[in-house]
Design a protein around this ligand. Structure first.
Ligand SMILES: [Zn+2]
Length: 369
C-alpha cells in the first residue's frame, strides 16, 4: 500500500541554489530526450526507448560536465517520466482520442519540481536528508509510515518549497464484503461539483468566484508594472498567493468530501472523464475545474481501496444523461441546457443530474456482477 505526504521545507541559500540547479538540469534532460526521440522517430521511424536514453545519458554527462552537479537519480527519474508521457500519449491515440504530443518544458513554467529515489533519504525530527542537499529544514506535521520510495522537491509559483514523500507499507487491506445496497453513483456536474444518486448535490463553495474580484484587481496592478522589476516580482508573488489560497481551500473541501464518501459507502460509481471534450472547451477556468474532478476520482479510489472498498468507473460513452432510468428510453434530443425533461415513453419527469447519477450507479452494479 502506498502513502503520500507533503511537507514544507526551508532550504538555505546554498541549498536553494542546488535545488534550482537540479530543476534546470532535469528540464534540460527532459527537453533534450524529447527532441531526440522525436528526431529518431522522424528520421529512422524507430523508437528511442527508455534504455536508449539511459545509455545515451552516461555519454552526455561526460560531454556536459555541469549535469553532474545535479542529483543523478533525479535525471534518471526524468527520462523515466518522459517514457511514461510517451506511453500515455500512444495509449490515448489507440483509444481514438486526439491527445496532445508531450510538450517541451519551459523555463518560465511557474511549477518546478524534480523527483529523487535514493535509498539514503531519511527524516529526522525537523529535517529531511536529501541527496546533494544534506539536511534541509522541514516541517514534519504527520507521522510518516513505511519505507520511502521517492521524494519530489517542488517550488510553487509563490516561491515556497515543498517535499512530497511517497512511502510503501506492508499493510493488509481489510477484506470487506461489499454490500450492494450500500452503493452510490456520482454524476459530475459543473455548478455543484457532483450530484449523487440520492439526488443530493455536493455544493462545493465557489472559492475561485469569491476570490475573483481581488485577483482581477491585483492582476491589473501587475500589468501596469515594469516587467522584471522588484515591484513586479513582489506583485507576481502576491497574485500567486491568492491562487494558492483558492487551491488550498478547494483541496481541503475535496479531501473532506472524499473521506465522507469512503467512510459511508462500500461502492462508489463514477463516469470516465471524456478528455476529448475537455480539450475542446475553450474556457480555461472550466477546463481546470473539470480536471479537478479527475483528480478527485483518483484520490477517492485510493481512499476506498485502503478500506477494502471499490470505485467503479463507467465507460464514457455510456448514455447516463440521455437514458430514462425508469424505462430505458434514450432521449437523443437532450441538450446540455436541459435540466429536466419528460420521458415520452413512460411519462416520468426526469431530473437530469439525479437521473444520470442513478444510471451510473445501476450500470456500476451491473459491471460488478
Ligand atoms: Zn421512461
Amino acid at each position: 500500500m502506498k502513502k503520500a505526504y507533503k511537507f514544507r521545507i526551508y532550504p538555505t541559500k546554498a541549498q536553494e541554489e542546488q535545488i534550482q540547479k537540479t530543476f534546470n538540469c532535469c528540464r534540460f534532460i527532459y527537453n533534450y530526450y524529447l527532441s531526440k526521440r522525436k528526431e529518431v522517430y522522424e528520421t529512422a521511424g524507430e523508437t528511442f526507448s527508455y534504455f536508449d536514453c539511459a545509455n545515451d545519458m552516461t555519454k552526455l554527462k561526460q560531454d556536459k560536465q555541469w549535469l553532474r552537479e545535479a542529483d543523478s537519480q533525479a535525471l534518471v527519474y526524468t527520462i523515466r517520466y518522459l517514457d511514461v508521457a510517451y506511453k500515455n500519449f500512444f495509449h490515448r491515440v489507440k483509444k481514438g482520442e486526439t491527445p496532445g504530443y508531450p510538450k517541451y518544458k519551459s523555463k518560465y513554467n511557474a511549477h518546478n519540481s524534480y523527483t529523487t529515489m535514493q535509498k539514503s533519504i531519511r527524516l529526522s525530527d525537523k529535517h529531511i536528508n536529501l541527496p546533494k542537499l544534506g539536511l534541509v529544514k522541514c516541517v514534519i506535521s504527520n507521522n510518516v509510515e513505511g519505507r520511502i520510495v521517492s521524494v519530489t522537491v517542488c517550488q510553487n509559483p509563490s516561491g515556497k518549497y515543498f517535499v512530497s514523500i511517497l512511502t510503501e507499507i506492508e499493510a493488509s487491506i481489510p477484506q470487506n464484503t461489499l454490500n450492494k445496497d450500500n452503493a452510490i453513483g456520482l454524476d459530475y456536474s459543473s455548478p455543484h461539483f457532483y450530484v449523487d444518486s440520492n439526488g443530493n448535490a455536493a455544493n462545493m463553495p465557489h472559492y475561485y468566484h469569491d476570490a475573483e474580484l481581488r485577483l482581477k484587481r491585483e492582476q491589473r496592478k501587475l500589468s501596469k508594472m515594469t516587467f522584471g522589476s522588484n515591484n513586479y516580482q513582489k506583485q507576481k508573488t502576491k497574485v500567486a498567493r491568492i491562487y494558492e489560497r483558492v487551491q488550498n481551500s478547494r483541496n481541503d473541501w475535496q479531501n473532506k468530501e472524499r473521506r465522507k464518501l469512503a467512510e459511508r459507502y462500500d461502492i462508489v460509481c463514477v463516469e470516465d472523464i471524456n478528455y476529448q471534450s475537455l480539450s475542446q472547451t475553450l474556457n480555461i477556468a472550466k477546463a481546470t475545474y473539470d480536471n479537478a474532478f479527475g483528480t478527485f476520482r483518483k484520490m477517492l479510489s485510493y481512499k476506498l481501496e485502503q478500506r477494502g472498498k471499490k470505485l467503479i468507473v463507467i465507460d464514457k460513452w455510456f448514455p447516463s444523461s440521455k437514458m430514462c432510468r425508469h424505462c430505458g428510453y434514450i432521449n437523443h434530443k437532450l441538450e446540455l441546457k436541459d435540466r429536466q425533461w419528460v420521458c415520452p415513453q413512460c411519462n416520468q419527469v426526469i431530473l437530469r443530474d439525479e437521473n444520470a447519477a442513478i444510471n451510473i450507479k445501476l450500470e456500476g452494479l451491473t459491471m460488478l456482477a
